[in-house]
Write a new protein. Sequence first.
Length: 174
Amino acid sequence: MTPRIREMTPADCEGVAEVRVGGWRSAYRGLVPQPYLDRLSVEEDAERRRTYLAQGDGSVVNLVAEGAGGEIVGWACHGPYRGGQVSTEDAELYAIYVHPDRLGRGVGRALLAESVARCSDAGHGRLLLWVLKENDRARRFYERAGFRADGAEEPFEVDGVAVPEVRYARALAR
């Protein structure tokens, strides 16, 4: 079944936090320190989501994927590219997570397709994203969707451990 994709509401924060924390624990096992993953809290993450939504200016789009019973099975977030002091017309996919029990069922593809469509409709020339260099599954997912590593890398640190990221880009139709 194809999930229903819609914009996130404050009522979705708990479900999104469950997906996000479960996604981190599943996707990043062995890539980031396990004690960090063990400390992740659904309650704290849900509160952060509520704060972000309440303080948002509308430039960041949060999307949720609903399963057949209305449960949150995925979440994606995109907005302006965060290129430090450099302002660009590019968009950035900040995050995309699928409940670990729903991997491989089209949830991630549906969320990504909606983000790509919305960024294209908004007139962005490219959609950029950062992915952990060693996250082979995610890298294959993005490559199948037409994204390519563009050579940019940046350090990312989790609990004092370097976990490098690489940037991917995809041209968008205007």
